[in-house]
Design a protein around this ligand. Structure first.
Ligand SMILES: Nc1ncnc2c1ncn2[C@@H]1O[C@H](COP(=O)(O)OP(=O)(O)OP(=O)(O)O)[C@@H](O)[C@H]1O
Ligand SMILES: [Mg+2]
Length: 295
């Protein structure tokens, strides 16, 4: 029976290469663990992926598969037990202003600072800008996210969507090498979530920043990402890597979108993981291994 494989990129290895063609972010064989006196929890097992400049790279997988943990490791907040994470060729060994995180929670903005002061704060704290430049940048980015009129408001007077827009403005004002987003729209109502996806897409079209985006929504992954890394249930291993640049809000409900979403669901939940992880080629594409039978 003929198959209609998903567009797929070759498996990535995270190897350092010459600066010109080197991926911006390289995760190679990353195992992440939480250790307590009583026991060890393995969050991810030997996960490898490469993110190129301008990618909208999505980590997709079920709850508990280690997506947030991977993002924390890229942020430099936890160190890999095995493997390495490199940014622009340098091993990530701690947090830095070149990686900024937008979280799901609405309380990520200090409530005693105005919207503008919230956006200025990391610029000042990291000494990336003096007061005057920080203020100019803050106003610029608040304009970009449509919040000019709320510059002097306090966070508690804003809706959830507006708070997330402030968090995005604050992150982009830092002009990070990679913008890290951990389910930033998951706590919003469906309509606002869709609007925020649209706005993120429009911002990306203008600014072409590099995005590493975590979600457990297949639909959101297809809408937001140009490449998607599928992770197996706990502990997270690579199931497949998928090109999804052709999808966006315009393709929602279309037949190719639906069939791709269905296929991703199958890859995530229906097929048993192999020890050591499964790369894209093993997950049913180019070439297909005998393990995967297509209906
Ligand atoms: N601070 C911690 N201490 C111990 N175990 C932890 C800690 N944080 C997370 N874990 C465990 O690590 C695993 C991965 O958690 P993580 O939060 O990265 O998953 P996730 O994919 O982001 O899930 P979700 O979609 O629910 O946010 C889970 O088994 C979780 O219980
Ligand atoms: Mg999480």
């Amino acid at each position: 029976m003929s198959v209609h494989p998903l567009p797929i990129t070759p498996p990535t290895g995270g190897r350092p290469g010459p600066a010109a063609d080197r991926p911006l972010l390289q995760a190679e064989g990353v195992t992440l663990e939480y250790r307590t006196a009583a026991h060890t929890v393995r969050a991810t097992h030997r996960v490898s992926f490469d993110v190129h400049r301008g990618d909208r790279f999505v980590l997709l997988g079920p709850s508990g598969c280690g997506k947030s943990t991977l993002l924390k490791a890229v942020g430099g907040f936890i160190a890999p037990r095995e493997g390495s994470i490199r940014l622009d060729g340098r091993v990530v060994s701690g947090p830095g202003p070149d990686r900024v995180v937008v979280f799901q929670e609405f309380d990520q903005l200090p409530p005693w600072k105005t919207v503008k002061e919230n956006v200025m704060f990391p610029l000042l704290a990291s000494k990336r800008a003096g007061r005057r430049e920080a203020e100019a940048r803050a106003l610029h980015w608040l304009h970009k996210v449509g919040l000019d009129r709320f510059a002097d408001a306090f966070p508690h007077t804003l809706s959830g969507g507006m708070k997330q827009r402030v968090a995005i403005a604050r992150a982009l004002a830092m002009q990070p090498e990679v913008l890290l987003m951990d389910e930033p729209f998951a706590a919003l109502d469906a309509l606002t979530r869709r609007k925020m996806q649209e706005e993120l897409q429009a911002l990306w079209e203008e600014e072409r920043f590099t995005l590493l985006f975590v979600t457990h929504s297949i639909e959101e992954a297809l809408v937001v990402g140009n490449r998607i890394l599928l992770l197996s249930p706990h502990p997270g291993r690579v199931r497949a890597e998928i090109n999804s640049h052709q999808f966006g809000l315009h393709s929602l409900g279309g037949s190719e979108f639906q069939s791709t979403a269905k296929r991703i669901h199958g890859l995530l939940f229906d097929e048993p993981a192999q020890a050591g992880g499964v790369d894209a080629a093993d997950a049913g594409h180019l070439p297909r291994p005998p393990r995967v039978q297509e209906a």
